[in-house]
Design a protein around this ligand. Structure first.
Ligand SMILES: CSC[C@H]1O[C@@H](n2cnc3c(O)ncnc32)[C@H](O)[C@@H]1O
Ligand code: ZN
Length: 424
């Protein structure tokens, strides 16, 4: 049992609802009681909430955890030059041990910035899922498929095996992740769609990220990438589409009609000069949009606070209106909408009795957060990951007082700094 005492909370239940001083009791992996009155829980581990704010754990809807060794080594390139000249040749050399280390490093970075759920796309899925379980975070682990000499049927078998291995996990689910329309054949797409439908998992894909992706797809198939996928019935599976920067009007309509969730990655889209997604239009059309960082190689960190701020500022510029994507809406993207994208909206993304105990605690004493006039605005426009004090995932404390409770931070950092040398 954990008792958060006298804490401020943004429950994400309705706009402007803030609990000024509440007590929150966690039993097992759930929030069982939220009360202004004293809660008697003698045996509970107590966290003093003075000068602290609790929010739902943040949900990073699109990342590639295994890429942390490639941070700051391939900057200032567009997507295809970055992938083809710098990243794919290095990924071809990555050993499973190094992928595990790089993944755990990324998870540590995510935990320290208040992220409790990660939607990843990388391989091998079982190793990534195990790393998430070991470190205690929640995740959807998408097996990234790029067509190559390994037959698609072997990959399907591997995905299914990994899915079954983690079927009873409290924390992680494995699902198919066809990389993009320019790396996956029609045959593979259809098999991966059918697998997602059979396993009842989402499908996770990069979509309409660059103008050249859209132009090439139109040239080859006479359809936009969104139309091409829709015509193949890909969206019959619950789809998480990362980026969606270059959409035509008909694409927005398809995404809305087919209940596709979009993972918006503002920093990566800017850094690779991919473009600015029209998030306000997506939201106005009822499309569910969450937030992702993409990898720490194209971002170059996993700080969801930066992502929230960039998302809001970019939407204002894109629509030429400062009223676009206000702070509460962007916080919704990083919590409630992320939960909806992975089908967990009835138990994740809000601070509510009965919901999973995934909570991030912010230390409000930071100089950057004061003078403090408005908690929601302060979180989105002033805060960063250094203000994260604690993280609870599935009822377990992973970070407290800014310190990791699991795996030594220094050990992971030393190991990662040593091993990254092999990929320079
Ligand atoms: C097959 S595993 C995932 C695959 O995706 C690559 N990747 C990382 N970031 C992006 C991006 O923004 N667009 C497209 N592909 C990306 C990563 O390097 C892996 O090869
Ligand atoms: Zn990506």
């Amino acid at each position: 049992m954990i008792l958060l005492k006298n804490i401020k909370a943004i429950p994400m239940i309705e706009e402007n609802l803030i609990y000024e001083n509440v007590n929150i009791l966690i039993e097992g992996n759930r929030i069982v009681k939220i009360s202004k009155d004293k809660i008697d829980a003698k045996d509970a581990y107590k966290i003093d909430g003075t000068c602290k704010l609790v929010i739902p754990g943040l949900i990073n809807l699109h990342t590639h955890l295994g890429m942390s060794f490639f941070k700051n080594i391939a900057d200032d390139l567009n997507l295809m030059d970055w992938l083809e000249k710098e990243i794919w040749p290095r990924e071809a050399k990555l050993t499973p041990e190094d992928i595990e280390l790089a993944t755990k490093y990324s998870i540590m970075e995510a935990i320290k910035s208040g992220t409790s759920t990660l939607v990843d796309m990388y391989n091998p899925s079982s190793l990534i899922a195990r790393s998430m379980e070991e470190m205690g975070v929640r995740g959807l682990v998408s097996y990234g498929v790029i067509d190559n000499e390994k037959p698609i049927d072997e990959k399907i078998e591997e995905i299914e095996e990994a899915f079954l291995e983690f079927k009873d996990s409290d924390l992680v689910t494995v699902n198919p992740g066809p990389h993009a329309v320019y790396t996956v054949s029609r045959e593979s797409f259809i098999k991966l769609r059918d697998l997602a439908l059979k396993l009842n998992t989402p499908l996770h894909i990069h979509l309409s990220e660059t103008l050249s992706e859209v132009q090439n797809t139109i040239k080859e198939f006479s359809k936009t990438p969104v139309e091409y996928l829709d015509d193949m019935g890909i969206f019959n599976a619950k789809t998480i589409a990362a980026h969606c920067v270059h959409l035509e009007d008909k694409d927005f309509e398809i995404l809305a009609k087919r209940n596709v969730s979009v993972a918006h990655n503002p920093c990566s889209n800017l850094k690779l000069a991919s473009g600015i997604a029209d998030v306000q239009k997506m939201l106005d059309m009822g499309i569910n949009v969450g937030l992702g960082t993409d990898s720490s190689s194209s971002n170059n960190n996993l700080d969801m606070f930066e992502e929230m701020k960039f998302a809001s500022l970019l939407a204002k510029v894109k629509s030429n209106s400062p009223t676009s994507l206000k702070a509460y809406k962007v916080l919704e993207m990083a919590t409630v909408n992320g939960a909806r994208a992975i089908g967990m909206e009835n138990e994740l993304g809000k601070i509510k009795e009965g919901f999973l105990a995934d909570l991030a605690i912010i230390d409000l004493s930071g100089v950057n957060l004061n003078p403090l006039n408005n908690l929601i605005s302060c979180l989105v426009y002033s805060a960063n990951s250094s203000n994260v004090d604690s993280l609870i995932v599935n009822g377990k404390i992973l970070l407290e007082g800014g310190k990791l409770k699991i795996l030594g931070q220094d050990t992971l950092m030393n190991l990662a700094n040593k091993r990254k040398e092999a990929y320079k």
